[in-house]
Design a protein around this ligand. Sequence first.
Ligand SMILES: Cc1cc2nc3c(=O)[nH]c(=O)nc-3n(C[C@H](O)[C@H](O)[C@H](O)COP(=O)(O)O)c2cc1C
Length: 251
Amino acid sequence: MISNPVIDSLMSRKSIRKYREEQPSDEVIETIVRAGQQAPFAMQLGSVLLSREIEHNVFRAPLLFTICVDVYRMEKIMKKRGWNRKASDIYTLLFGIQDAAYMAQNMVVAAESLGLGSCYIGAAPFMTKKIRELYELPDRIFPLVMMTMGYPAEAPPVRPRYPMDFHLSESRYTCYTDDTVSEAAEVMDSGYLRQNYYREANYMIPLPEGTEEKFDFDSYSWTEHISRKLGLWGEDPEELLSNLKLCGFEI
Ligand SMILES: Cc1cc2nc3c(=O)[nH]c(=O)nc-3n(C[C@H](O)[C@H](O)[C@H](O)COP(=O)(O)O)c2cc1C
């Protein structure tokens, strides 16, 4: 693989969940947010909220960003120009999620280049009421994801990824055989086991009462964890729809 400063930075990034207390300067924060803005956009439908209240922030991070799908501003601009929206909310959301996500990831990369670490926190869509109240959000803004950020107080290893032949298809999608699936799962599981990821976190998703636990920290790894996450934690789709509605989106 080719190496250069940008590639090296992308390849060495890892989520940081422990932070020093030191507050990044305004200049550092502005640089990161400005670099986020410069990501490709469909309609600039992403905006950013910031909390520097370290004692309230997830992981006691000096910075907590909440990345939003923000249709409010665009509609203000349209209104000024005498236009009403004809586009559906599923359309604006699909493109808004992309605008917000590419912007957020630019922030992650910019932060990394300035010596800061970060970690996404996926709970925002389930916390819309609280976030709306906290930041006094008007309608048409949906909190998509949060992101902790600050100077790292830990140096975890780079986490494993699927092998390339399980990830990239050329010309026609690769329909993976059982063997290829097993090989990819093995790469992920052995990688996380080598790093003692779940042992250090001291966490396995518990099985329903009455089900025998056959895993321990020598065998519980990423594919079991993610399978349990998706197989056991059935969130209520109505909750997400009603949270979208609360934010003024009609799906
Ligand atoms: C949308 C999204 C939501 C996430 N939510 C959480 C979270 O709630 N808590 C957490 O500790 N990490 C969270 N993460 C971080 C992932 O766990 C992490 O990126 C993944 O395990 C790969 O590790 P790495 O970033 O160190 O390569 C999230 C990442 C994404 C992209």
